[in-house]
Write a protein that binds this ligand. Sequence first.
Ligand SMILES: Cc1ncc(COP(=O)(O)O)c(C=O)c1O
Length: 389
Amino acid sequence: MTFDLSKIVRPKIFNLEPYRCARDDFTEGILLDANENPHGPVVEDSDKEFVLNRYPDPHQLEFKTKMSDLRNSQSLFKDQKLAPLSADNLCLGVGSDESIDALIRACCVPGKDKIMIVTPTYGMYSICANINDVEITEVPLIVEDNSFQMNTDKVLETLQGDSTIKIIFITSPGNPTGALIDIASIEKILSQWQSGIVAVDEAYVDFCSTGGSAAPLANKYPNLAVLQTLSKSFGLAGVRLGVTFTSKELSRVLNAMKAPYNISSMASNLAVKALSPESVQTMKKNVQDILEERKRVLKALTSMDNVQDTQVGGLDANFIMVRITDGGKGNNELAKTLYYKLATESGVVVRFRGTEYGCTGCLRITVGTHDENTKLIKEFESKLKELTA
Ligand SMILES: Cc1ncc(COP(=O)(O)O)c(C=O)c1O
């Protein structure tokens, strides 16, 4: 069976002609075409840097080209001589959260189709599926050996046995697992499952020491969509900018479907600046700092009593997971109480993840600045001692 996008995307969406907005035709002159306000905005940004009374650019070609160039330059697949990523391979969203929702809306008929998730995973896939009245099939990750890798054969068997599954979401590096998913497993699914989209969510990919992005494969596998975001390594969570890398064919559909002006002038302006050579250098430097601190926090926490002496999952993201134990076993009550005391008495907020599959007793801890981490370590030890005295 060969891949046919027209059989996966809902027919009305596949055939959508994108809304032609005023700014598509002319961007200069006396602009009386978009019912904007000629007197200017009632409030300005402090530097008056943005033209706020005009609708923003609907296409963001400069950002898309720079982002493609960045990922091409880091490609792990250079020896395969793939067609390089270009602006036509990209669609932008208001954070990856919008990109996730867009994929589900594009492919899944409400009340009929399904998505697959490999658990434990990021919660928004299920939320978006529920909002869209789309069922969810779960195949757990392998947790017994602490690898949190995909059970690839089981995933494939389930995908191939259910023609209503239209998207599989694979988080790599995983959240809350922190584990990069083996690219060979992802390629196996891409090549052996042709009746849906393999969405690889790479929100944390820049923190992975081996650099593991699947994005350059978008011109090799027509069923691949890779989601990235400026919220993590670039430190721009407040800007809300997510990027989908996919085939030009699916990208055309996603771009036709999105609201014409979904990315604000401020977001696109900052996003372009984030990709200047200096900003990319800063991003890399900050990532390096976080990786160093990650080691220190992990070592300190896992050497405490009542904490499992290894982290849970992988070390490929800007957070770690540790398991709070009692009598050698993960203990949710202790973990939850510790989490609560840390937040309310120490002012240090981490995330309780103990109810996720394979994560009993686990807290997920984002790596902060050096001083924040020092405080975390001190308070963690003192509160845990109080609780177990
Ligand atoms: C795996 C994963 N994907 C997507 C997101 C959302 O990213 P954004 O801020 O771009 O919406 C998060 C945020 O925590 C995440 O962990």
